[in-house]
Design a binder for this molecule. Structure first.
Ligand code: SAH
Length: 476
C-alpha cells in the first residue's frame, strides 16, 4: 500500500492553505465540509474566498508564507502556481511533521486527497495512489450510481439505534446478524422511500423479535422495469434493487446484458412468457413470487419495458398487496418511448401529432370495447404493442374506419438494441413490413413517422443524412 487511507477529524482544527485562487477555493470548500478552520496565505483572494473572508468564515493571515504559520495547523495545502514556493511549503511542513499536499503534484505530497463518494456519515474514499486519477474517478462514478442517496440516512438512523441494540442484544454475533438482516431488508426500502418513522418502527419490532430469539423472516417484492433492451436505459433504482436481491424472476424480454448486473449470489429464475399458455403461467409466477417473499427473500420481479404497461405488473402486485407482503414498483422505459426515440420518431410533435395512444395488438380485429373511429383519426400516433402478428387486421380495421392508407408507419424490431431495425412504409404496406421484422417489434402509425428520415440517429454512421440507410428498409 503506497498510502494509508485515514479519515481525519478536522472539526475545530486548523488547516493552512497557501494560495488564494480558484484551485485553493475548491480545496477550502472541501475542507470546510469536514468542519476544518481555514487559514489562508495569499497575495490576493479569489472572489468566493474574499467573500468568505469578509464573512469571517476564513482567516487571511497575510500575503507571505512563513514556516511558523505551520505551528498552529494540522495540515497544509499548497495551491499556488509558484513551484519554488510549493517546495518551500513542503520542506517546512516535513520539518515540523505537518502533513502537506501540493495540489496536482503527487510527488510533492505527504498526503493526497482521494475521490469521495459522500453519503455522510457514510463516506467512501477511492484512490489510485496518484497512478491513474481518471480510473479512480471512473470508479467513483460507478460507485456514485450504485450507492443510493439514502445510505447516509440509513447510517444516521443505525447510529442512533446502536447503543439500544447493544443493550438488548448482548452477544456480538447476535448484533452482527441483526444489523446484517436490517441492512439487507425492508428497513432499507422504508428509508429509501423517505419513511423514516416507519423505518424506526420496523427496527423496533425487529429488535424485539430478535431479542426473543425469533428472527424476522419477512421478505419483500420489487416490481422493476428493465427498459426496452439497451442496458443504459435501466434506472438507477432498478439497478440498486437488482444488486440487493436474493432472487430475480425475469421475463424473456429481459436480455443477458441486463441480467449480468444482478448481484452475483442472487438466484435468477426465468419465468419467461412467450405467446401462448399465459394464464396458466401467470398463476405459477404469482405463487412462486409469494412463496419466495414469504420465506424472507428479497424478490425482484424484472420485466421488460415498464411493468405497468402491457406487462401484467398491476396483477402481480395486486397479489402481493392481497398477501400483505411489502412491495415497491420501479418504472422502466416502455418500448414505445425507447424504440421510437432510438428510431428517430418523436411520438408527438406540434406539427404532426397532438396525442399518442399505446394499444395492444390483441384488440384487433374484433374487440368490441374499442372506439375504432377514434383510433383511426389522423393527427395522432398509435404505438401498437404485440401487433406484428396482427398487422393485416390492424391495417384493415384502421383503413375501414377512415385512416388514410398512405399514412406513414414504422415497424421497429428489437428497439434500442444493437440489432435494432426500422422498417418504414405506409399503412397499406404494414403487413409486409411486419413480416420482415424480428420480434419483439413495435408498430408506430402516424404522420410523425415521416420525421424518421431527418432525425434517425441510432445505428447510423456519422455521414450527413442520406435517403437510404443500412438499418432502414424503406418501402415508401
Ligand atoms: N411492458 C413492456 C411491454 C410488454 S408487451 C413495455 O413497457 O415495453 C411486449 C411487446 O412490447 C412486444 O410484443 C413488442 O410489441 C413490445 N416491445 C418490447 N420490447 C421491445 C423492443 N425492444 N422493441 C420493439 N418492441 C418491443
Amino acid at each position: 500500500m503506497d498510502y494509508l487511507p485515514i479519515f481525519a477529524d478536522l472539526k475545530q482544527r486548523s488547516v493552512l492553505v497557501v494560495g488564494g485562487g480558484e484551485v485553493a477555493a475548491r480545496k477550502v470548500d472541501l475542507l470546510q465540509r469536514s468542519g476544518a478552520e481555514i487559514r489562508i496565505v495569499a497575495q490576493s483572494l479569489f472572489s468566493e474566498l474574499e467573500q468568505q473572508w469578509k464573512q469571517e468564515r476564513i482567516i487571511w493571515l497575510g500575503t507571505t508564507f512563513d514556516p511558523c504559520q505551520l505551528d498552529e495547523v494540522f495540515l497544509v495545502i499548497a495551491a499556488t502556481n509558484e513551484s519554488a514556493l510549493n517546495d518551500e511549503v513542503l520542506a517546512a511542513a516535513d520539518k515540523r511533521r505537518v502533513l502537506a499536499n501540493v495540489v496536482d503534484d503527487q510527488l510533492r505530497c505527504s498526503f493526497i486527497f482521494p475521490s469521495i463518494i459522500d453519503r455522510s456519515p457514510l463516506v467512501v474514499a477511492v484512490s489510485s495512489s496518484g497512478k491513474a486519477p481518471v480510473l479512480a474517478r471512473l470508479l467513483r462514478e460507478k460507485l456514485e450510481a450504485l450507492l443510493p442517496i439514502s445510505l447516509g440516512k440509513m447510517a444516521d438512523l443505525a447510529g442512533r439505534w446502536r447503543s439500544r441494540v447493544k443493550e438488548r442484544l448482548k452477544s456480538i454475533n447476535d448484533r452482527r446478524r441483526f444489523w446484517e438482516k436490517t441492512f439487507g431488508g425492508y428497513f432499507c426500502t422504508l428509508v429509501a422511500n423517505g419513511q423514516s418513522e416507519q423505518a424506526e418502527q420496523h427496527l423496533e419490532q425487529d429488535l424485539c423479535r430478535f431479542a426473543q430469539g425469533k428472527e424476522n423472516t419477512e421478505g419483500e417484492i420489487a416490481l422493476v422495469g428493465a427498459g426496452p433492451g439497451d442496458v443504459g436505459l435501466l434506472t438507477l433504482r432498478g439497478l440498486q434493487l437488482m444488486q440487493q436481491a436474493d432472487v430475480v424472476l425475469y421475463d424473456h424480454l429481459v436480455n443477458n446484458e441486463i441480467l449480468n448486473l444482478v448481484r452475483r449470489d442472487a438466484e435468477c429464475i426465468c419465468v419467461g412468457k412467450r405467446a401462448g399458455a399465459h394464464s396458466v403461467m401467470q398463476e405459477e409466477i404469482n405463487r412462486l413470487m409469494l412463496d419466495l417473499a414469504q420465506r424472507g427473500k428479497r424478490v425482484v420481479r424484472l420485466k421488460g419495458g415498464d411493468p405497468f404497461i402491457f406487462g401484467r405488473g398491476g396483477e402481480e402486485i395486486q397479489v402481493a398487496a392481497e398477501a400483505g407482503i411489502p412491495f415497491q414498483v420501479v418504472p422502466g422505459i416502455t418500448a414505445a418511448a425507447g424504440a421510437a426515440a432510438y428510431a428517430g420518431i418523436p411520438l408527438t410533435h406540434r406539427d404532426y401529432a397532438q396525442s399518442v395512444i399505446l394499444i395492444t395488438g390483441h384488440c384487433f380485429p374484433d374487440e368490441h370495447n374499442v372506439d375504432w373511429a377514434y383510433l383511426a383519426r389522423s393527427g395522432q400516433t398509435l404505438a401498437i404493442y404485440m401487433g406484428a402478428m396482427k398487422a393485416a387486421a390492424i391495417r384493415q380495421c384502421l383503413i375501414a374506419h377512415g385512416r388514410v392508407a398512405a399514412t406513414p408507419v414504422a415497424v421497429i424490431s428489437q428497439g434500442t438494441c444493437a440489432d435494432q431495425k426500422v422498417y418504414i412504409g405506409t399503412l397499406q404496406q404494414l403487413e409486409k413490413l411486419a413480416q420482415r421484422a424480428a420480434l419483439p417489434a413495435l408498430l408506430v402509425i402516424g404522420e410523425v413517422v415521416a420525421l424518421h428520415h431527418q432525425i434517425a440517429w441510432f445505428g447510423q454512421d456519422k455521414q450527413p443524412a442520406r435517403k437510404s440507410r443500412p438499418a432502414v428498409i424503406n418501402l415508401a
